[in-house]
Structures are given as structure tokens and as C-alpha cells.
Design a protein around this ligand. Structure first.
Ligand code: AR6
Length: 178
């Protein structure tokens, strides 16, 4: 499902964040040490190869809400933007840390003149953030950031389950209706 928001194409798909060859940058739902873990981080590090963690080690640790950028190595992209999302119930206020992840990722992408970027649903796996609450933060942050975006032309949201896909699609429909 796609939608154009102030000249930016917003796409919502079901898939694997480590297999998105049509975007320049993919976002990693990282841990503080930027190490290979489970979920998104595991998939990204596995596909990128060990050189990614080597670069990551020099940038770690990061704090909740922070984002850093690296090369993408064997991934079919140019860059990986690593964000540490909040642990739900621990890093409070969660919505502000989550908003920072998206805002900081967009700013890093803008700084590198990246035109296309894919996000997973940060914090909604191991970190326990309910996706129906997270999706509100994601799109509110995006709408609040639009005026700062010059270089990004496409933002893709890559969801892992049918249920999450539907939550994103429903939210996108609401925005498109106004
Ligand atoms: N592609 C797209 N989405 C995925 C993939 C994938 N390959 N794998 C899982 N998801 P998570 P978090 C979904 O746990 O909650 C890691 O171990 C998943 O279903 O990857 O921010 C790190 O090392 C969920 O909806 O990230 C950290 O310790 C969403 O992506 C910790 O987990 C995020 O799930 C980060 O936890």
C-alpha cells in the first residue's frame, strides 16, 4: 500500500528489513551495544556480515532514542541507521524516546542526502512496545518532521506480521482521508 505525503512516497509492506534492495538505507532496531541480537538486529547483522559489527563497535554504546549511521556491507543498501528504541515500561516516557528514534533517523538520512529509507517497527518486538500505540508515534513524528525533509523521497515501513501490516495500513488510510 502506498500514499504520497507532501511529495514523499510512503509505502507500507510486509517483509524482511534485511531484504529491501530498493532503498538506500535501512533502519536497525538495535541494542545499546550495536551488537548482533535477535529480531531485526539479528537479520541485519547476519545479512551484512561481520564487518558491520566491527564498524558498530566504534560507535557503541548508544542511548535510547539515539541513532547512528554505518555502511551496509553485504546488505543490498548503502547505509544502516541504528536506533535504540525504548524498552516499554522502563525507558519513560516511551513515546518521546520512540519519536526521537524516528526523528534522529530522518535527520541522519537527510544529512547523507539519502532519498529512500526503510524502517522496521522499532521497539515492538523484544522491547515490548504495543504496535497499536507505536504506530501513532511513528506517523505523528513523521507528520511533525515533514517540513525538515528535503532529500528523502520515499519512506518504506516494513512489517513482519500481517497484524502489524494492517495496523499500519489502517493508520495510513486515516491520514490520507485527512
Ligand atoms: N524484518 C522486519 N521486521 C522484523 C524482522 C525482520 N527481519 N524481525 C523481527 N521483526 P525487534 P525491538 C519485527 O525485537 O523490539 C534485538 O535483539 C518484530 O516482529 O527486532 O526494538 C536487539 O538486539 C517487531 O515487530 O526490536 C535489541 O536487544 C519489530 O520488528 C532488541 O531486540 C521489532 O522487533 C530490540 O528490540
Amino acid at each position: 500500500m502506498g500514499f504520497i505525503l507532501q511529495n514523499i512516497e510512503i509505502e507500507v509492506v510486509k517483509g524482511d528489513i534485511a531484504d529491501q534492495p530498493d532503498v538506500e538505507a535501512v533502519v536497525n532496531a538495535a541494542n545499546a551495544e550495536l551488537a548482533p541480537g535477535g529480531g531485526v538486529a539479528g537479520a541485519i547483522h547476519k545479512a551484512a556480515g561481520p564487518a558491520l559489527y566491527k564498524e558498530c563497535r566504534s560507535l557503541a554504546p548508544i542511548k535510547p532514542g539515539q541513532a547512528v549511521i554505518t555502511k551496509a556491507y553485504k546488505l543490498p543498501n548503502n547505509y544502516v541507521i541504528h536506533c535504540l528504541g525504548p524498552v516499554y515500561g522502563k525507558d519513560q516516557p516511551e513515546s518521546e524516546f520512540l519519536a526521537s528514534c524516528y526523528r534522529n533517523s530522518i535527520q541522519l538520512a537527510e544529512g547523507k542526502k539519502i532519498a529512500t529509507i526503510a524502517f522496521p517497527a522499532i521497539s515492538t518486538g523484544i522491547f515490548g512496545y504495543p504496535t497499536d500505540l507505536a504506530v501513532e508515534v511513528v506517523f505523528n513524528t513523521l507528520l511533525a518532521t515533514l517540513s525538515e525533509i528535503e532529500n528523502i523521497k520515499k519512506i518504506k515501513f516494513v512489517l513482519f506480521s500481517e497484524e502489524d501490516l494492517q495496523l499500519y495500513q489502517t493508520k495510513l488510510k486515516k491520514i490520507s482521508i485527512g
